[in-house]
Ligand binder design. Structure first.
Ligand SMILES: [Zn+2]
Length: 83
């Protein structure tokens, strides 16, 4: 009888498109380890801060690029509207 140890592989699902990615070499590799973090307070019915509403969004490399591009475009647009 022989035995073989197969190392564990961490598979992360993109929160935007649902594709499964991993850190190993090969197809589906997640090279940039993209995570979008949004830090904010949650508000109660009267509009006062009442709890932590932070979010952490795992992204594949393709979605990370798209989100970065969208944020940069929004910042340029917001900058052009500033007075
Ligand atoms: Zn994705």
């Amino acid at each position: 009888m022989t035995s073989k140890t197969i190392p564990a592989r961490l598979v992360i699902t993109c929160d935007r498109c649902g594709v499964e990615t991993h850190q190993s070499l090969g197809t589906g590799r997640r090279r940039r380890k993209g995570v979008l973090s949004i830090e904010s307070d949650g508000l109660d019915a009267l509009g006062d801060p009442c709890c932590n509403a932070n979010r952490s969004i795992d992204l594949c490399d393709d979605c990370l690029f798209k989100i970065e591009t969208a944020i940069e475009a929004a910042m340029v647009l917001a900058g052009s509207e500033r007075r």
